[in-house]
Design a protein around this ligand. Structure first.
Ligand code: ZN
Length: 99
């Protein structure tokens, strides 16, 4: 008997239109600068305030391979000026997840 691979929507807990939770410690949000999902592992140094609409996630995230560095404060993404995408140096509301 073949084992079914669970679809992503079966394993993902929708916290809000901004945040998904894919495991006990792993959050997902959409990065408007990179145009892709970013994973935030709360088992690392990052702290989430528990707010699903206006999250605060600190300290700064560094996605090295994407040259994307930011933190999230009260639902706004604060991008570092050294990001490689057009939102470098900008503060933008955290994007809605595209799915
Ligand atoms: Zn990014």
């Amino acid at each position: 008997m073949s084992r079914l691979i669970p679809l992503r929507k079966d394993t993902t807990l929708r916290l809000s239109d901004k945040l998904d939770k894919i495991s006990e410690s792993l959050l997902v949000h959409w990065c408007s600068g990179c145009n892709e999902y970013h994973l935030i592992d709360l088992k690392d140094k990052w702290v989430w305030n528990g707010d699903v609409q206006y999250p605060t996630l600190t300290p700064k995230f560094i996605h090295a391979q994407l040259s994307c560095t930011y933190c999230v404060v009260n639902g706004e993404v604060h991008y570092n000026s050294d990001c490689s995408h057009p939102l470098a140096g900008s503060i933008v509301p955290i994007a809605s997840l595209p799915h």
